[in-house]
Design a protein around this ligand. Structure first.
Ligand code: TYC
Length: 146
C-alpha cells in the first residue's frame, strides 16, 4: 500500500490527497507509455482497487458591505409622518425617532440605520413608497458605509 500526499507548489489552494492501493496501479497511472486499461474501465480499474482523489477547498468568508440609510429634510413632510417612518421601518422608539427627525429637520440629513445592501435598498423603497402614497416629498437615500 502506498500513501502519497501531494501539495502543488504553484500556490493553488486545493490540496490533493491521493491514496494508492497498489504499486502497480501507481506505475500505470504515472507512466503514459505503459498500456492503460481498456476504454470504459471505471477509475481504479474496476477491480475494487482504486485511486481516490480528494479535493479540499478552503472556505473563505467575507463580511458583507454595509450601507447607511439617510433621511433628507424638506419643508413640507409633517414631522409626525417622519417619526412614524422611523418607528415603523427603522425599529426606533418614539423618543429615538423624534430625536432623529429633529436632527434631520435642523441639520438637513440624518442617519436612520446601517444595513446590508438588500435590506437598505428595501427600506429606502418602503419609505419612498409610503411618502409618495401620502403625497409627501420626503427623500430617503442609501450610501456605502466605510
Ligand atoms: N422639515 C419638516 C417640517 O418642518 C420636517 C421633516 C423632518 C421633514 C425630517 C423631513 O426628513 C425630514 N415639517
Amino acid at each position: 500500500m502506498l500513501l502519497r500526499r501531494m501539495v502543488p507548489s504553484n500556490s493553488r489552494r486545493n490540496v490533493y490527497l491521493m491514496v494508492m492501493s497498489e504499486l502497480s496501479e501507481h506505475v500505470r497511472m504515472s507512466d503514459p507509455n505503459l498500456p492503460g486499461p481498456p476504454a470504459g474501465t471505471p477509475p481504479g480499474g474496476g477491480n475494487g482497487i482504486g485511486v481516490d482523489i480528494v479535493t479540499q477547498t478552503r472556505i473563505k468568508t467575507k463580511k458583507p458591505s454595509l450601507y447607511r440609510v439617510l433621511l433628507l429634510n424638506d419643508d413640507y413632510t409633517p414631522m409626525e409622518f417622519v417619526v412614524y417612518i422611523l418607528e415603523r421601518y427603522f425599529n426606533r422608539s418614539r423618543e429615538q425617532a423624534t430625536r432623529i427627525m429633529l436632527h434631520v429637520h435642523q441639520k438637513g440629513v440624518g442617519l436612520c440605520g446601517v444595513y446590508t445592501y438588500e435590506v437598505a435598498e428595501t427600506k429606502v423603497a418602503q419609505v419612498l413608497d409610503l411618502a409618495k402614497r401620502h403625497e409627501h416629498p420626503l427623500q430617503c437615500v442609501m450610501e456605502k458605509d466605510d
